[in-house]
Design a binder for this molecule. Sequence first.
Ligand code: PLP
Length: 427
Amino acid sequence: MDGIKKDYVFHRDLKKEYPIITHGVGVYLIDENGKKYLDACSGAVAANLGHGIISIGESMAEQAKKAAFVHTMRFETKALHELAETIGKMAPIHLNKVYFTTGGSEANESALKLARQFHRDAGRPQKHIVIGRWQSYHGNTIGSLSAGGDVKRRHAYTPNLLNYAHVYSPYCHRCPYDRQKNDCLSKQNWTCVTDIEKTILELGPENVSAFIAEPIVGSQQGAVPPPPGYFEKVRELCDRYEIVLIIDEVMTGFGRTGTNFATEQIGIEPDIITFGKGVSAGYAPLAGMIVHDRLIDGLIQNSDGKFIHGYTYSGHPVAVAAGLAALEVYEQEMVLENVKKQGPYLVNRLLELKQKHSYISDVRGKGLLIGIELVKDRKHDLLFDPSEKAAERLNGIAIELGAVFYPGSGAIDGTKGEHLIISPPLN
Ligand code: PLP
């Protein structure tokens, strides 16, 4: 073994070697050999302000010097209150209580459990099944993975995932229900909505606890916005059958789509919004959920006021300080205005590329969450075989050339369909 450097890292892919990044400046990451990478996907749609922002690092250091850790079972910090207030004020009017976690998976896990406790406390203990959507991602814990539709990641843990139900999310470009877009939109009789009601009735509404969805589908579909009116219909169904509506804004929150939350654009008030990634712009592991007053009232009136849940690092002071400092930078750099300007510019440039190249069949998205669908040949609608891993390979070539995108597959039926997300820092 002499001369062979031992490697102790449990890599994401144990058969791969990864460049070592020494620092980041703005939209660039620089490795130990001095190679520069354009971070065109903000890591994984997280480093939304780019790299090397001194003020965020300083705020974290200040907090660490004062009080690096307190346990929220017994103590809180001023920073926690300030960040909760800032986020609460950004959220829809009746969503006012902010619960912190360290990642998006934990945020969704918390939301699924809160929905269940809410029903239990209200005398509906049998309401336990969650309806999620294929072509969606809500995280890697067993609960969040069970709710999501990432077929490849789910496959490894089947049959022991939770017994949750799934419907297809709307993808009008290639309707999973085989409807023609114009026919469907004009008739207002949307199979992607009627299937939700059919599923609720099949399961028995008395058994259904929550419906969870990304407002704009990220990693599993490649930045696909819903048809206008879809979420209003979902909201109606949730109201009709007393189902908690969870909107997963882990990827879309904090300006990514041009508004603080994409929820503003889908025109509804959810019961819970989960968030992550952008809240600290990737400077610290921070995520959470914002909860509707009626769920909080339920907790206070029907129980001892305790959510039966909790993490050691919930509301971690240093992470919270990073969040506060990041949200200040969003404001100072007028990120929302910039996204509204740069998003359409980027889409137009990508549409020009589409004109030139037959391997791009669709350009879609909102703000600076943009996806392109990749095909072998647009004219003949020839799709890539999943085994070709087209998006991943294209991203590999881009990395060689010094740019990083967010590749994905499975947009069509969980196995077919290749896409690339382009989601640069928002500033
Ligand atoms: N929800 C969505 C929409 C996501 O995109 C992700 C991560 O990519 C998650 C949840 C899980 O977040 P995390 O990886 O921080 O656990």
